[in-house]
Design a binder for this molecule. Structure first.
Ligand code: DX5
Ligand code: ZN
Length: 216
């Protein structure tokens, strides 16, 4: 299976979003990564559902929604209404994670759980078999263009071994500081899905960058 590439909308040009969405539609990417922030769970605010309705209408790729908000369970219906493919919630934001994961799956969306850089993989021991995706943050969430945290490569290996041990079907997604060089090492370590914001949208040819990551 080739790597699934999910360019992050956060780094797109919001002054001319249609141009960037047309590029996404033309490109080889599989998903479009959508970062929703609330200024509480993370120290930044991005965009909300009225904006995303237009993105959903224009985008022909699957939407990969990453909620960096407290109480993400309050917005399951709104994410579903976007026709999203995945809904990713943070482990750190969900005291009743098992219930939230079941609620996401009942809508027909794929359920992903995201871990911050300081959260170890072992917290997923009792839920890994229920998950479609695990996303490891390789930067502290809230901003695009940050430096990749090296420890993530070892974490991918830990997660891969947990998945194999438990016969889980979960795929491994990585978010933050992904570029040609870090992407290659992540895929070698077992990553299935790469999110890339700056590496794609600030590249001279975003489409060529997507194609490179796709074929790592
Ligand atoms: C960070 C977001 C990321 C961000 C990645 O909080 O979750 O999805 O857009 O951006 P880059 O690839 O530039 O680190
Ligand atoms: Zn993200």
């Amino acid at each position: 299976m080739s790597t699934i590439v999910s360019p992050s909308l956060l780094s797109a040009n919001f002054g001319n979003l249609e141009k960037d969405l047309n590029m996404i539609n033309r490109s080889e990417c599989d998903w479009l990564h959508i970062d929703v922030m609330d200024g509480v769970f993370v120290p930044n605010i991005s965009f909300g559902f009225p904006v995303l309705k237009y993105v959903s209408d224009l985008c022909e790729k699957k939407l990969d929604v990453h909620l960096m908000i407290v109480q993400p369970e309050k917005f399951i219906r709104e994410v579903q209404a976007l026709n999203a493919y995945t809904m990713n919630v943070h482990y750190e934001a969900c005291p009743h994670l098992h219930r939230v994961v079941q609620q996401i799956k009942e809508t027909g969306m794929k359920a992903g759980v995201t871990l911050n850089p300081a959260t170890p993989v072992c917290v997923l021991n009792d839920i890994i078999s229920d998950l479609d995706f695990v996303m490891l943050m390789s930067v502290n969430p809230g901003f695009g263009g940050q430096k990749f945290i090296e420890h993530t490569v070892d974490k991918v290996k830990d997660l891969k071994s947990l998945i194999e041990r438990t016969d889980s079907k979960a795929l491994i997604e990585i978010d933050g500081g992904v570029n040609r060089e870090t992407g290659k090492r992540l895929v070698q370590a077992g990553a299935d899905i790469l999110v890339a914001g700056n590496a794609v949208f600030k590249a001279e040819s975003p489409e060529a960058e997507i194609s490179y990551l796709k074929n790592l």
